[in-house]
Design a protein around this ligand. Structure first.
Ligand code: GLA
Length: 353
């Protein structure tokens, strides 16, 4: 048996900017998916999370509207690239919550891509793997996401966050302070991206770029926004401010200025809630509680609409802060919420040969 570990991710800042070709700052985390597998002539995978085993003939790669689509989607895009890996038999399991804003789908796509790349010697580099994962998500699963998740899951590095320009795909690893922990607080409100306002936000962004004749939100300024109608202006206003916050966050990290980083996170949350309108009462509540408890900073992470919030806290206080938020949250809401205190981690990799 060969074993892959493929992480989940949090996004520190730079939310909903990737499909406008702006800046993002994700981090792969030490919770994720394992894939234990051996080569085979068919695809036969058991998912522990769904308690189901599915067997598919390689000639029969068609959408099933089930979890297996993330695996079949990988085969679909590889076939399109004229690569013909054979099958795998194995088991997917792990500790990454599903539908909670931590990229469980990208984690599975990259787990399978990493396995096939290794076993069938496809000679693909990390960037190609990330782009193929995105393509599987967009064209097979049908979610119009950007490159954020797959890039983070492919390129993660223990001890670092990734600063990524999603237009040029140039990136930089920035050391993340060792004494700062990340609490991932899961609202317990599940959502599937396909069923939220994600596609509508993306459409507005694409139309705005076309109206303004720009290839990236990086080249849009306040003045340009006057040419857009009020809803479009509101959405794009958030995006250009978020891009500039990512650049400031990068400097704050380089200067080890946690106070500034925290401030930027809270500003980002407020702005996305008010002007991009993808937050929720639960996420706002968590961010408020975190700041009442003197966390460094907090904001929603991932697409929003439920899912999870991240809270940055000095490690010696993280558990206390998390417990205190949990107490208030469960008093206020009836969802099955929970939290994980996570650390940065490496991208998808073979861990046992
Ligand atoms: C989801 C998408 C990403 C990105 C985020 C929001 O995670 O998959 O591409 O757009 O939402 O930042």
């Amino acid at each position: 048996m060969t074993k892959v570990f493929s992480p989940g991710r949090v996004n520190i800042i730079g939310e909903h900017t990737d499909y406008s070709y702006g800046y993002v700052m994700p981090m792969a985390i030490n919770i994720g998916n394992y894939l234990d597998y051996k080569s085979s002539d068919i695809i036969k995978i058991r998912s522990e999370a769904f308690n189901e085993e599915i067997e598919i003939n390689l000639k029969d790669i068609r959408k099933q509207n089930k979890w297996i689509d993330y695996i079949l989607g990988v085969y679909y895009v590889l076939y399109q690239s004229n690569l013909r890996p054979k099958g795998i038999e194995g088991r997917i399991y792990g500790n990454l919550p599903i539908s909670s804003g931590l990229s469980s789908s990208a984690s599975i796509e990259l787990a399978v891509l990493t396995a096939l790349n290794y076993t069938y010697k496809l000679n693909l580099d990390k960037l190609q793997l990330a782009l193929l994962g995105k393509k599987a998500e967009n064209e097979f699963v049908g979610v119009p996401s950007g490159i954020l998740d797959q890039f983070a899951v492919a390129f993660g590095k223990e001890g670092y966050v990734i600063f990524l320009d999603t237009e040029t795909l140039s990136y930089e690893y920035l050391p993340f302070p060792k004494d700062v922990s990340i609490i991932v607080y899961n609202t317990g409100v599940k959502r599937e991206l396909a069923k939220t306002g994600y596609a509508e936000r993306k459409r507005i962004v694409e139309e705005s770029l076309a109206i303004l004749n720009k290839t990236s939100s990086k080249y849009i300024n306040e003045e340009d926004l006057k040419r857009l109608n009020s809803v479009y202006r509101k959405r794009m206003g958030y995006i250009i401010r978020e891009n500039s916050r990512v650049l400031k966050a990068k400097d704050a990290l380089k200067d080890n200025n946690m106070e500034l980083l925290g401030k930027l996170l809270v500003e980002s949350h407020k702005d996305i809630a008010e002007n991009y309108e993808v937050s929720s009462r639960e996420l706002d509540f968590i961010v408020n509680e975190a700041m009442k408890n003197k966390a460094i900073g907090a904001r929603l992470t991932g697409a929003g609409f439920g899912g999870s919030a991240i809270i940055l806290a000095y490690s010696d206080r993280a558990e206390d802060i998390a417990k205190s938020i949990h107490k208030e949250y469960t008093r206020e809401f009836n969802y099955k919420s929970f939290y994980n205190i996570v650390e940065s981690y490496n991208g998808a990799n073979i861990i046992e040969y």
